[in-house]
Design a protein around this ligand. Structure first.
Ligand code: ZN
Length: 111
């Protein structure tokens, strides 16, 4: 049931869950996660503020997909979208319709 995921240096897109119009958006989203991984491991120079890098690093260590059960709490889609790395990736790919989530990120990603 996974539409897309980023595993190390391999981007996997399950075309059974992605239509033609969203393939590029999906790849852009996953590429941004690859970029985030490189940023948090200091593999590349970057311009993100330390607070963003810290949030991404913490999130990669505590990342959950919808339906994950953590300490008896089941993660929903809102929880998933509100994760720091997802806010960045959806901002980059332009795939998040509700810009509330972008604005919630301390205004860093603009309006
Ligand atoms: Zn993502």
């Amino acid at each position: 049931m996974v539409e897309m995921e980023y595993i190390s240096a391999i981007i996997v897109v399950n075309v059974a869950y992605v239509n033609d119009y969203s393939v590029l958006e999906t790849v852009a989203h996953e590429l941004y996660h690859a970029y985030q991984e490189d940023v948090v491991t200091w593999a590349i120079p970057h311009r993100e503020p330390a607070t963003v890098v810290y949030a991404w690093r913490q999130n990669f260590s505590n990342y959950y997909t919808p339906g994950s059960v953590v300490n008896g709490y089941t993660w929903g889609y809102t929880d998933y979208y509100n994760q720091a790395v997802e806010i960045g990736a959806f901002w980059f790919s332009g795939g998040l319709d509700d810009r509330y989530y972008v604005g919630a990120w301390y205004g860093y990603y603009g309006k």
